[in-house]
Design a protein around this ligand. Sequence first.
Ligand SMILES: *Cc1c(COP(=O)(O)O)cnc(C)c1O
Length: 308
Amino acid sequence: MPLHIQTPLIHSRPLSLAAGTEVWLKLEALQPAGSFKLRGIGAACEFHARRGTRRFISSSGGNAGIAVAFAGRCLSIPVTVVVPETTTERARALIRQEGAEVIVHGKAWHEANALAQSMLGEADAFIHPFDDALLWQGHATLVDEVAASGWRPDVVLLSVGGGGLFSGVVEGLQRNGWGAVPVITAETAGAASFAGSLQAGRRIELERIDSVATSLGAKQVCERAFELGRSHPVRARVVSDRAALQACERFLDEQRLLVEPACGAALALAYAGDEALRDFERVMVVVCGGVTASLEQISAWKAAQPED
Ligand SMILES: *Cc1c(COP(=O)(O)O)cnc(C)c1O
């Protein structure tokens, strides 16, 4: 039995009306660790567990760290997550709640990551948040489930951070004979490393991340995502933080699910009836989820946004 669950695929009337086309939601927000990350990370952790790994190490203070902690608890393997000081109390508590050890080190992620790497012993496995073929294989199960249901999307809409979800979904489309189904990607303006790379024709690195969508905050997407971005039919779209936050509030109101702005970015394109969606009759949105932002946090972020 895998560690993730099969998630519902539901039609959304409110989102369809807003988008001007039919919208279905693949509800990854319902995964036990709160995001799609459990698919890939669960698969990677199981792989390492079969090989006798005695500890999992992560340096993600976000949903990846939470998924590793969850997987370790299920597999009875200890987990250490090294996070920078900027990681919120909420995220630290969610990781600890899964029984993992949290070590706070450094001002920024690269310092925490350096310590995590230096701690790696022979019998430890480092679990990367997005750049690992084991992860992509696991994320691809999301598409396998849809294919098994007999329903086929005309296009898939999803958010991109480091590109692990995108790489996995494209792998899933390809392995189900759906290599021609295009993907529309969403990023927030201050974290648009994927759209920027496709535009530049090379894998660019952002100088800094400037977005409330912290789970999209990879300065550079993985090589695999960039390659697939060039070979698979893709439209890369960018939304404002404000639009992502408004989408979170509206989604909570209409679908009764709280998701992070990282997920709100994809929802914002559907709510706006983005022109990239108009050519398609059946849109599948990957509701990637995310548990690190409370409703209070989302409201506070929105109140702090500059006027348009
Ligand atoms: C990790 C994450 C993303 C981005 O996924 P990548 O694989 O890094 O592209 C988007 N949304 C949520 C909620 C996440 O946790």
